[in-house]
Design a protein around this ligand. Structure first.
Ligand code: PHE
Length: 447
C-alpha cells in the first residue's frame, strides 16, 4: 500500500487546517456579506453560529477521518461497507474539484492585482476580468503553484508551507489594520462594524451567516475528513478544532477591521457586494499616499490566503485517488490539477470574455447571477456544501452513531468528556435540522 502521510505535529495540523479555512471566504466574502447584512449585527450572529454549529460539526468530520484514516469515500466505505452512503464521499470529491475550478479564477485575479496595484494605476476591474488571455494565464499560474505544493505531500508540502504562510498573513494584516484605522473618518467604519444594532437581525441575516460559516470553515465536502485522517490518535481533536475555528474567525474579523474603516474613510457604501474588495479598495489605495505598496501588499496576502485554501481543495480529490486507486501522489497531483484547470476555463471566460458563458443562466436568476462562475459558485460553493453537510451530519449522528464519533473525539482529549452528551445531542438533532433549513433557503423557500 502507498504511504498516506501524516502531520508531523499538532501545530502543523492546526495551521494547515486553518490555512484551508482561511481564504477568499474570510477576506473577500465575509466583509461584503457583513456589509450587505447590517454590519455589526451580522458579525455577532456569525460568531454565535460558528461556536454553536460550526465547531461541533467540524469535530464530527474530523472524527470520521481519524477513525477511518481515509479520504471521504474510503472513510464512509470503511464505516458502512457497500452502502449508498459512499455517494456522499464522491459528492465531496466532486465538490472539491468544482470549488477549486472557480475559486482558482478569483484567486488568479488577486495575483493580477498584486501587479496592477504596484503599477500605480489599477485600471478598470470589468475590463481586466474580461481579458481572456490574462485570466486564463493567471488561473493556470495559480493551479500550478497549488499543485507544486500538494506534490510535496502532507508534511513536506502542505504543512511546511502553511507554517510559513499563515503567520506571514497574520502579521501583514495586523499592519494593515493599524494603517486603515489611522485614516481620518475611519471611526465611523469601526462603529458600523462593531456596534450591533439588534433591530437589524432577521431571518435572512441568520441564514446568510449560516451559509458563510460553512463555506468559511471548509465544512460539508469532507475536507476535514481528509485532514483529520492525517492526525495521530494521541492528538486532541477538540482543542485543535477550537483553534481552527478561533483563527478562522479572527482573520475574518481582522479583514473587516481593515476594510470598513478604510471604506468609511473614503465615504463609500458598505453595500456594494462582491466587487467590494476588487473595486472599492483599489480605488481607495490609488488615492492614498503609499497606496501602491499597501495595495499590492493587501492583494499579496489575499493570494496567500487563497493559496492555502486551494491546496486543501486539491488535496481532497488527490487523497481519494491515492487511497482508492493506489496510484502515487506525484502522478495524481498533476492529472487532477489539470482537470481542475480545464474545468476552470469556462468560469474564467464568463466575466465578459465570452458572451455565451457570461449569460449562461442555466440556473434561474433568483438563485444565482447568470454568468458561469456565479453558477458554479452556487452549485458547488453553496448547494453541494449544504447538501454534503446535511448528509454527513446524518451519517455521523445516526448511521455511524454519534456516541462512536464522540468516543473517537474523546480519545486524546482531556476536556471533551464534559461535553460528550451535549455534543451527541447537537450532532443528532440540532445540526441536521439547522442545515436542512439552510438548504431550503438556498432555493428561495423563505423569500
Ligand atoms: N474556507 C475557504 C475560504 O474561506 C474555502 C473552502 C471551502 C476551502 C471548502 C475548502 C473547502 O476561502
Amino acid at each position: 500500500m502507498q504511504a498516506r502521510g501524516e502531520w508531523s505535529s499538532k501545530i502543523g495540523f492546526i495551521l494547515a487546517a486553518s490555512g484551508s479555512a482561511i481564504g477568499l471566504g474570510n477576506i473577500w466574502r465575509f466583509p461584503y456579506i457583513a456589509g450587505k447584512n447590517g454590519g455589526a449585527a451580522f458579525v455577532l450572529i456569525y460568531l454565535i453560529i460558528v461556536v454553536l454549529i460550526g465547531l461541533p460539526y467540524m469535530l464530527g468530520e474530523l472524527a470520521i477521518g481519524r477513525a477511518a484514516q481515509r479520504n471521504p469515500v474510503g472513510a464512509i466505505e470503511a464505516i458502512r461497507p457497500r452502502s449508498p452512503w459512499k455517494g456522499v464521499g464522491y459528492l465531496g470529491v466532486l465538490t472539491g474539484l468544482g470549488i477549486l475550478s472557480f475559486y482558482g479564477v478569483i484567486a488568479g485575479w488577486t495575483v493580477g492585482y498584486i501587479f496592477k496595484m504596484l503599477s500605480g494605476n489599477p485600471g478598470d476591474f470589468a475590463t481586466f476580468i474580461s481579458d481572456p488571455v490574462k485570466v486564463i494565464l493567471l488561473l493556470a499560474f495559480f493551479i500550478l503553484i497549488t499543485a507544486g505544493i500538494v506534490y510535496g505531500g502532507v508534511s513536506g508540502g502542505i504543512e511546511r508551507w502553511s507554517k510559513i504562510l499563515m503567520p506571514l498573513l497574520f502579521v501583514l494584516m495586523l499592519g494593515l489594520i493599524i494603517y486603515a484605522n489611522t485614516l481620518p473618518g475611519s471611526g465611523e467604519g469601526l462603529k458600523f462594524y462593531l456596534m450591533p444594532d439588534i433591530s437589524k437581525i432577521d431571518g435572512s441575516v441568520l441564514l446568510a451567516a449560516l451559509g458563510q460559516a460553512f463555506f468559511s470553515l471548509s465544512l460539508g465536502m469532507g475536507l476535514m475528513i481528509t485532514y483529520g485522517s492525517y492526525v495521530t490518535k494521541s492528538d486532541d481533536l477538540f482543542s485543535s478544532a477550537g483553534y481552527i475555528v478561533l483563527f478562522d474567525s479572527l482573520i475574518a474579523l481582522m479583514a473587516g477591521l481593515i476594510i470598513f474603516p478604510a471604506l468609511f474613510a473614503n465615504h463609500q457604501s458598505p453595500e456594494v457586494g462582491a466587487k467590494l474588495v476588487f473595486v472599492v479598495l483599489p480605488e481607495m489605495f490609488a488615492h492614498m499616499s503609499g497606496g501602491a505598496v499597501v495595495g499590492s501588499l493587501f492583494f499579496l496576502l489575499l493570494s496567500v490566503a487563497a493559496l492555502t485554501s486551494t491546496i486543501s481543495l486539491l488535496e481532497v480529490p488527490v487523497a481519494f485517488v491515492v487511497d482508492e486507486k493506489k496510484i502515487s501522489r506525484k502522478k495524481v497531483v498533476w492529472i487532477v490539477a489539470f482537470v481542475a484547470f480545464l474545468l476552470g476555463i469556462p468560469s474564467a471566460l464568463s466575466q465578459g470574455a465570452n458572451p455565451f458563458l457570461t449569460h449562461f443562466g442555466l440556473i434561474p436568476q433568483r438563485l444565482s447571477d447568470p454568468d458561469f462562475l456565479s453558477q458554479m459558485s452556487f452549485v458547488f460553493g453553496d448547494f453541494s456544501l449544504a447538501l454534503g453537510a446535511l448528509l454527513l451530519s446524518i451519517f455521523i449522528g445516526w448511521v455511524w452513531g454519534a456516541d462512536k464519533a464522540a468516543a473517537e473525539i474523546k480519545q486524546g482529549s482531556k476536556t471533551f468528556g464534559a461535553f460528550f452528551k451535549a455534543w451527541v445531542f447537537m450532532m443528532r438533532y440540532f445540526i441536521p435540522v439547522v442545515i436542512f433549513i439552510i438548504l431550503l433557503n438556498l432555493f428561495g423557500i423563505f423569500d
